[in-house]
Each structure stands twice: as structure tokens, then as C-alpha cells.
Design a protein around this ligand. Sequence first.
Ligand SMILES: NC(=O)c1ccc[n+]([C@@H]2O[C@H](COP(=O)([O-])OP(=O)(O)OC[C@H]3O[C@@H](n4cnc5c(N)ncnc54)[C@H](OP(=O)(O)O)[C@@H]3O)[C@@H](O)[C@H]2O)c1
Length: 255
Amino acid sequence: MPVPPPLRQRILITGASAGLGREMARAWAARGRDLALCARRPDALERLRDELLAATPSAVVSLHVVDVADHEAVDAAVDDAAAALGGLDRVVVNAGVAGGDSLGLDGAEANRTTARTNFLGAVHQAESALRVFRPAGAGHLVFISSMSALRGMGGAMNVYSATKAGVSALAEGLRSDLVGTGIAVTAVHPGYVRTEMASHFPRMLMASDPDRATRAIVAAVEREPARAYVPALPWAALAWPMRLMPLGLYRRVAG
Ligand SMILES: NC(=O)c1ccc[n+]([C@@H]2O[C@H](COP(=O)([O-])OP(=O)(O)OC[C@H]3O[C@@H](n4cnc5c(N)ncnc54)[C@H](OP(=O)(O)O)[C@@H]3O)[C@@H](O)[C@H]2O)c1
């Protein structure tokens, strides 16, 4: 009797046109995963697909141009991706923006965009993913949160850190809801990473290259933990001190 081939793992990644999403796509394609790549810029997605197929001609890569702030478009993209790949095993809620200013100054529109994209967008992506995972009784929902979720931050980071706190709380509540269903939920908290987004961060403490950060993210995600702080050095070690530090000290250190 021929041994059936191992099932191929099918992963949808949002925000795959740049930064951490693009690096995760590269890492998982190299491991033989089938990928559904989502973002707003079709040209960047097409370049990435061509690169991945050149490196791994047997890879299956589907592209989905979508704005995560549009819930109908997210539903359609997730449905199309599940149809293209024959199902989905993991959805990585990664698309995000940073930008804005302390409230009441000149950053109101950018603050709204950050809130819509990072938090409402995450809600849309989770709703759509779970419409696929719940009937299957299986799946892994991964939220790319941030170390900034651990404490409120001021200035240009205010709304950004609040959206990430929301994303981490969303992940925890869902994990509680989904106990015993076969659906796993992970919240990943990266520290600063030198991507396009970094231009919006006033300070880049202990920043990692995208390559190092992505290796840490992918290794953590594959273990399917409830939460991860990455790269573990220094961020896992700093998670509790960050929470316990008096606000005045935290403000001086982190902004
Ligand atoms: N860089 C850091 O220091 C850092 C630290 C902690 C956590 N994170 C988180 O990691 C995730 C990835 O960030 P990154 O650093 O890789 O940023 P990035 O290089 O700026 O990439 C952001 C990605 O999100 C996509 N995106 C933005 N708005 C979107 C929208 N409305 N709809 C669909 N896609 C959208 C962008 O693609 P299009 O423009 O083509 O749509 C792009 O692919 C974010 O959630 C971020 O908050 C980053």
C-alpha cells in the first residue's frame, strides 16, 4: 500500500506585501507550506509570488488583494483563499499600520486609520477565519500583536499601542471561547523590528532585523502557544518588568 503524502499545511497571511508578513511567507514557503497572501498592493504581492515560485516551483501561492478595514472584502478574500487552497489550517492576522499623534493634535485621521486597520481589521479577519475554522473543528488563528500592547504608550504610539492591547485581549477572549474546539489561538508580541512601519516609531529600542524577528515569530507560531514575546531575548525577559514598572519610569524608557 502506498503511504499517503503528508497533508500540506495551508496558511493565509495578511499584510504579506512587505515587512514581517513577506518574511513569514518566505519562511513558510521554504518549509513547503501552501500560502494565501493578502494585502492592498497587487504588484508587491505578484513580485513575492514570482519569487516564491522561482525558489519552490511546487509551492501553491494564491493572491488576494484586500483592505482589512472592509469586512465584506475580508470575508471574500478568506473564502477565495480557502477555495484556492482546499481549506485553511492557519490564518495570520498581521496587516497593520502605525502613525498618528497624541489625541487632540493634528493626527486625528491617522489615529482613526490605525484604529480601523489594526483593531477593526483584526476583528474582521478573525470573524472570517473562524467561519472557516468552526465548521472544520480545527485551525490556528494567529494575531501579530506587539510588545506595545503591554502598557499604554503616549504620543505617536498612543492609538497604536491601544489597538495592540485590544488585539491581545481579543485573542485571549477567543482562546477562552474556543477551548475544546480544536481551534488554537496565539498572540505574538514582537518587539521593535526594522520594517517600513518603523519610520513611524519615535524610538526603536533593542530593534531586530526582519530576518531575526521572523525566525523567532515562525518558531513560536509553530509551537501554537497562547502567547509569545519575540525575539525571546530580550522581550520575554522584559514582559513582566514592563508591566510592573511605574508609569513615570516607563514613559522615560519607552515613550
Ligand atoms: N515593525 C515593528 O517594529 C513591529 C513590532 C511589533 C509588531 N508589529 C506588527 O507586525 C505587523 C506587520 O508589521 P510590519 O512591521 O511588517 O509593517 P510593514 O512593513 O509596514 O507592513 C505592513 C503590511 O500590512 C499591510 N497593510 C497595511 N494596511 C492594510 C490594510 N488596510 N489592508 C490590508 N493590508 C494592509 C501592508 O500592505 P499593503 O500596504 O500592500 O496593504 C503591509 O504588507 C503589524 O501588525 C505590526 O503592528 C510590528
